[in-house]
Design a protein around this ligand. Sequence first.
Ligand SMILES: [Zn+2]
Length: 259
Amino acid sequence: MRDLVKPLLLLSLVSFSFIAHAQFDGLFSPFDCREHAELFYNEPVEEPIVTIDSSIFAAVPEEMEITVDTINGWKQWSSVENFTFGKDRGAMTMITDIRALHPYFRDQIRTLIAACHAKGIELAVVESYRTHAKQNEYKVMGKKYTSSGAGRSKHQYGLAIDVVPIVDSVAVWDNKELWKKIGVEGEKLGLRWGGRWRTPYDPGHFEWTGGLTSVHLSQGQLPPVPKCDMLYPCMEEDIRILRKYWKEWEITQSAMTRK
Ligand SMILES: [Zn+2]
């Protein structure tokens, strides 16, 4: 019997000291939870799908702010350089800011971006407003880019936009199923979708003219906006400022052409 008690006593002593040590270590020693916060957070941290330069993605509509700088606002418009989206789009800068668009069309595009985002599709703006100089550059680059010369594209009136879906940090140009999903969202908003065209097939392109043609637009006519007085009480002033900004960009890019 004595022989058995001794090892048992020893075992209980060892286990007690182990438990006490563990308790002291775990519960009673000073513990900075900030350092070990991840130990208590078992939920997987959601990684954003796209991790490259965030300025490429279309801004979340709710967070958009409309510039009120009526003098130099055009300088603050976001833009990208050639090959940003993996394609040759010419030497001239592309304006990507949706503030460069006609106010009604701009809001439709904000809705389109949000609708696609809700479906898990992240859009980047490839080009919004386009100067005549930039349009001419495309014209020179060939039919693959445009069939319209300066003044003939809706981009020159802030009534067209080019977008591209971004998947795993890459602009995806050739996924027809994905384009269809985006096209459906745009058409729901009453926009004309370039994915229906054949010459050229242009699935990233959306436009709206309220029924006006390029000829009407080139004469300075403005598309009739539904409930304009109620929803856009400052439309006239907004358009006046927009045209001023467009002109500034035109002057800048025309100067580039002459160089
Ligand atoms: Zn376009």
